[in-house]
Design a protein around this ligand. Structure first.
Ligand SMILES: Cc1cc2nc3c(=O)[nH]c(=O)nc-3n(C[C@H](O)[C@H](O)[C@H](O)COP(=O)(O)O)c2cc1C
Length: 203
């Protein structure tokens, strides 16, 4: 049985990243009958920011069952259980929203999901496909008024740190530029789901 972890970030009820991430999850579930979906809603249940106890536990070897790792363990176990991960997130100020960053601070954990070696960090999780649906108010790219994108390289690097390399990005751009731009973004999302998603799932 396939397990899909669906991570939703936007707090907006009519969020487009939520809508498209749910569509993508539905498509994966249709391809993998009997799939189980784990929902982690970071807007409804934001992960706590790392506090002093969490820093202390990270900086000295601490058992995984220490209470300060309770939230971290729960979120890592959801990741470990997932065969496919779907993340629906807005771009905030050129990068990930702070709730998604807080989740990352819990799941990228030394001695648990990566180890540190003189050659660099080595991921401890098995690879699996990740679809990242990103909602942008504006546009990225090279031509003005394009904006820088620190989100996709950051997520690629952070997931690779824990061993996850098979990452596909579905961009929804220009969502603050009126209904025609939204319709265009949704058309492109449909094409991505038809063409790119099956290739990503085969990796
Ligand atoms: C605090 C904040 C920062 C934002 N920063 C960016 C940005 O850097 N680039 C961008 O294209 N859109 C930016 N936006 C717009 C959102 O990405 C856009 O409205 C998106 O559609 C929201 O996602 P949703 O439809 O899933 O709720 C920002 C919105 C907020 C509230």
């Amino acid at each position: 049985m396939t397990t899909i972890l669906q991570l939703l970030v936007s707090p907006r009820p009519n969020s487009i990243s939520r809508r498209v991430a749910r569509d993508v999850t539905g498509r994966i579930a249709a391809l993998r009958p009997g799939a189980r979906i784990i929902l982690r809603d970071l807007a409804a249940d934001p992960p706590p920011h790392p506090d002093a106890g969490f820093y202390a536990a990270i900086l000295t070897p601490t058992p995984d069952d220490d209470p300060c790792f309770a939230a971290s363990e729960q979120m890592i176990r959801e990741l470990e259980a997932a065969d496919v991960i779907v993340i629906g997130t807005p771009m905030n100020n050129f990068t990930v929203p702070s709730t998604l960053k807080a989740w990352i601070d819990h799941i990228v954990r030394i001695r648990r999901t990566f180890r540190s070696t003189p050659e660099g960090k080595i991921g401890l999780l098995r690879d699996r496909p990740v679809v990242v649906v990103i909602a942008h108010g504006g546009y990225c790219g090279d031509a003005p008024p394009a904006q820088p994108d620190f989100l996709t390289p950051y997520l690629r690097a952070i997931l690779a740190t824990i061993g996850i390399e098979s990452v596909g990005f579905l961009r929804l751009e220009g969502l603050a530029r009126g209904p025609a731009a939204v319709a265009r973004a949704l058309d492109l999302a449909q094409s991505w789901t038809d063409c790119e998603l099956p290739l990503l799932l085969r990796r």
